[in-house]
Write a protein that binds this ligand. Structure first.
Ligand SMILES: [Zn+2]
Ligand SMILES: [Zn+2]
Length: 426
């Protein structure tokens, strides 16, 4: 089985390639990259004017299975992922039950094996039941295939416990992903603390709740010599702390999500619950700092923090609505529209944040278009426009913060091995 892609703008930062070339794929493996390849092939795709890049690795996704299949499943979530150009993702363990034992990892692994249409990697919980009281069995979960640890959804408040977790994680070479939120400071808030919380009469979450925990976790990781990754950074102060830590050699990486570089707290002014997430949308100054941190490398990764919720969980009073938004299908297009077309990032720079860096941080041998590699790539029209509507989303839940917005960037083809697994409708 042979596939030939003609005239594509190939962007492969791992190999320093950014040029219009052809690519041949034979039995699922990239066999030839060059100008004007003259080989016969069963399938020929003319990608003139389009970009061929490695598939995205989204390292922050809530697939909700097992337990909340009414919100999303591995099957529906990975179909949404593929449509968004995400060929690999890390599933967060805050399911019901949480992925915190060998048996629960086996359960999830079975579901993935049966129903995933993208590559799904698993994270295990740091503590049993994500209760923050007792460590989960890292060794047993790692044997079953988890590649990272996190209590995402909450932070481990007990400093001593977090210290032991980081030491054990280091011994096992496991990455720890930190959801940084100090609950006592977050004060049961629902929006950013500031003008907006006063104006709307809603409880506010100060930036302090995030950056104080970022500072603590970085210090603990530094002492333990453990690699940590800070999830969904939303504010300037956190970035200052991360930048300083990186400078002194702490093994810390950081991620943000598209809503934090696109929207500000002002988006909440109509009490739209699809603008309610944790951490909350921050000030214009924070948003600008996020863009700057993407430019200067303080932020390594853009991830969706895809958090599906049913309509009945979102169509309630702001205070009672669930935190979180779906994002797998808008991750790439929002990044193209808000970062590439505005020149915050170059095209290779964007591919690094969405593909190369998350893949490297998770220790996956992916995100390269080198000859001999298994094909895992996407062909994207960077300029084609579409509008985000509930009908346009294939995810089981429709709680997007970008509903109604026009975006540029359509994933035209997704190729996994020797199969074209997605082709955009024209
Ligand atoms: Zn989180
Ligand atoms: Zn999350």
């Amino acid at each position: 089985m042979k596939l030939l892609i003609k005239n594509a703008t190939i962007v492969d930062p791992a190999c320093d390639v950014y040029a219009e070339l052809d690519m041949a794929i034979e039995d699922g493996t990239i066999s030839h990259i060059g100008a004007h390849i003259k080989e016969e092939a069963e399938t020929v795709i003319d990608a003139k004017g389009k970009v061929l890049m490695p598939g995205l690795t989204d390292m922050h996704v809530h697939l909700r299975e097992p337990g909340r299949e009414d919100k999303e499943t591995v099957a529906t979530g990975t179909v949404a992922a593929i449509k968004g150009g995400v060929t690999a993702l890390l599933a967060m363990p805050n399911t019901e039950p949480a992925i915190d034992t060998k048996e629960h990892v086996q359960l999830l692994k079975g579901i993935i094996g049966r129903s995933a249409s993208a590559h799904v990697y698993m994270a295990g919980a740091l503590t049993k039941g994500r209760q923050g009281k007792e460590l989960a069995d890292f060794a047993a979960m790692q044997e079953e295939g988890i590649i990272a640890l996190t209590d995402d959804g909450s932070s481990v408040d007990d400093e001593g416990l977090m210290r032991s977790a980081l030491r054990l994680a280091r011994e096992r070479g496991l990455l720890v992903i930190c959801h940084c939120e100090e609950k006592t400071l977050a004060n049961s808030g629902v929006v950013n603390l500031g003008l907006i919380s006063t104006k709307l009469g809603l409880r506010g979450i100060p930036c302090e709740a995030e950056y104080k925990r970022v500072a603590r976790d970085i210090l603990l990781a530094e002492e333990a010599g453990c690699r940590i990754h800070i999830a969904h950074v939303s504010c300037e102060k956190s970035l200052e702390i991360i930048a300083k830590a990186k400078k002194r050699g702490v093994q810390v990486t950081a991620e943000t999500a598209p809503h934090y570089f696109t929207l500000t707290e002002d988006a909440v002014s109509g009490y739209d619950t699809n603008k309610k997430m944790n951490p909350p949308l921050r000030s214009a100054q924070d948003k600008e700092a996020i863009c700057q941190a993407l430019r200067d490398g303080t932020i390594d990764v853009i991830a969706s923090d895809h958090a599906p919720h049913t309509e009945s969980e979102k169509e309630v009073e702001f205070d009672f609505a669930e935190f979180g938004v779906v994002g797998l299908e808008t991750l790439l297009a929002v990044s193209i529209t808000e970062l590439l077309h505005t020149k915050v990032l170059s095209l290779p720079g964007l591919v690094r944040k969405l593909s190369c860096n998350p893949s490297a941080i998770l220790g996956l041998c992916k995100a390269s278009l080198k000859k001999g590699c298994q094909a895992e790539l996407i062909i994207v029209d960077l300029h084609k426009e579409w509008q985000v509507t509930k009908r346009s989303l294939v995810s089981k839940s429709k709680n997007s913060a970008f509903l109604g917005r026009r975006l540029q960037g359509v994933v035209e083809y997704v190729i996994l091995g020797d199969r074209v697994v997605h082709q955009a409708r024209h």
